[in-house]
Design a protein around this ligand. Sequence first.
Ligand code: ADP
Length: 259
Amino acid sequence: KWVKHIPKKGTEEIRCLALTLSELSAELQKQEEWRKNLMEDITHELRTPITSIMTKLEAIIDGVYEADQKHLDKMYEELERLSRLVSDLQRLSEAKGAQFAMNKKCTDMTKLAKQVYVNYHPLALKAGIRMSFEPAHTPAYANADFDKMYQVIANIVSNAIKYTSPGGKVSLKVKWTKSHILILCQDDGIGIGEEDLPYIFNRLYRADKSRSRFTGGVGLGLSIAKALIEAHEGFIEVESRLGEGSTFVVVVPNFTQAN
Ligand code: ADP
């Protein structure tokens, strides 16, 4: 009986292994594609300010431009943007790596969101924006890495503040459903146009390029957030209208229900 059974089990194991290997190779292929696209985006994004700084410096060296305050300020601004881009890229690669190095625990999502609220409330006040927080009525637990999820919600809240004018409102809410925990961040800010909406989670995408100068963003925050949420078996959705405001919803599985 044993002898008969072993080869059968072996075949099954080999089939499983083959399946795992093919899944693994598909995943590697996807990652390779992702990396290739990212490299193209980065190259493009780095080239623009570098070319601009080099052109200005050459003009100064050749005596065409004077090294006056205006030109120095402009070059400094471009270098600052480069520096932000590099640190955001580091965060992005950490986020991607983080999919394999998550420290997931049963996490109280109301507590997490409240902490974001407490830390960002002063920033909103300073920008002349009213900010509110509404906890879930039922304890809302997710199997989450606190620091990574904090980073996600903080990013969304900081965007809401960044893209809302003085006098506006930002609200952060946690909602409980049997199967999922929802974290909603609503603002009545500048909103996102219909043509931009499908792309805002893409790397280096900014709805309006001219916004970046004013807000200092490089368009990586939401792609990092998306990668981190997906590493929590969750998803992110957005509803927005230009000139009216945006609502971002982060959805993660309800941990108490799953266990
Ligand atoms: P950035 O660093 O430019 O803020 P993100 O990846 O965080 O990059 O966001 C991508 C783009 O999505 C932003 O440049 C902005 O155009 C748009 N966006 C994100 N959040 C909001 C919001 N709450 N209101 C309006 N536009 C937003």
